[in-house]
Design a binder for this molecule. Structure first.
Ligand SMILES: Cc1cc2nc3c(=O)[nH]c(=O)nc-3n(C[C@H](O)[C@H](O)[C@H](O)COP(=O)(O)O)c2cc1C
Length: 208
């Protein structure tokens, strides 16, 4: 499938085959492909909780306005955006900095300078940290959905859920915002996906 086809084919699908699982190897492939997403300073402030257990999906469904796809899809990703992902003591950020040093892009003694740069940009206010986490994790989430389509599966992003309820139920630490849930699975056989809804044209999108 070429990328133009993936762009057209990806849909927020409502009807998943409840009898067809997504195996671990496929899930790993999709997640690692999506990991190629860009991020500010390559800081990758995203994590996922993968929910497969039927009882856990039922609990999640009740917190997601009872949307049936939450239990019908074999897998739900709880997408997590790390508002602290710019802090150099963060484990992922440490790996990123170590990689910069290894690649010769920065030297070890630039750690404090780099820490000052990221905290100046993303730690200057709660809004800046929130924006940092959400914009980068949104790109990762989009990549997850395209990777899903590219591998012959379907997805559905959802922000219709009780954020604090999900945080509590799934023990999600305070540094994470939850931009969305993504249902992943195969299309229920015999289900027709409705035509794509109206999209803005070039003229609509580009403004003076
Ligand atoms: C961040 C986000 C949150 C969404 N939340 C929900 C949701 O909670 N429930 C739902 O049925 N659809 C949800 N949608 C799906 C949109 O309605 C859908 O993407 C849009 O209508 C365009 O349709 P398409 O994705 O099939 O092209 C969400 C989409 C996004 C990107």
């Amino acid at each position: 499938m070429d990328f133009a086809e993936i762009l057209k084919k990806r849909r927020a699908v409502n009807y998943f085959d409840p009898n067809r699982d997504v195996d671990e190897a496929m899930l790993k492939k999709i997640i690692e492909q999506a990991g190629n997403a860009p991020s500010s300073y390559n800081l990758q402030p995203w994590k996922l909780k993968v929910v497969r257990d039927p009882a856990r999906k039922q609990a999640l469904r009740e917190l997601a306005f009872n949307q049936p796809k939450v239990t019908e899809a074999p897998v739900i990703f709880i997408v997590l955006a790390d508002r602290d992902g710019w802090k150099l003591e963060n484990a992922t950020a440490q790996n990123v900095f170590a990689d910069f040093v290894k690649a010769g892009k920065m030297s070890e003694d630039q750690r404090d300078w780099f820490s000052g740069v990221t905290s100046g940009l993303y730690g200057r206010s709660p809004e800046a940290s929130q924006a940092f986490a959400n914009k980068n994790t949104g790109l990762f989430a989009m990549s997850l959905m395209y990777a899903t389509t590219a591998n012959g599966l379907e997805s559905h992003p959802m922000d219709g859920f009780d954020h604090e309820g999900v945080r509590k139920e799934f023990n999600i630490p305070d540094n994470f915002w939850i931009p969305m849930l993504i249902a992943v699975g195969y299309l229920n056989p015999g289900t027709e996906v409705p035509p794509k809804a109206w999209r803005q044209s070039y003229e609509d999108i580009v403004i003076d």
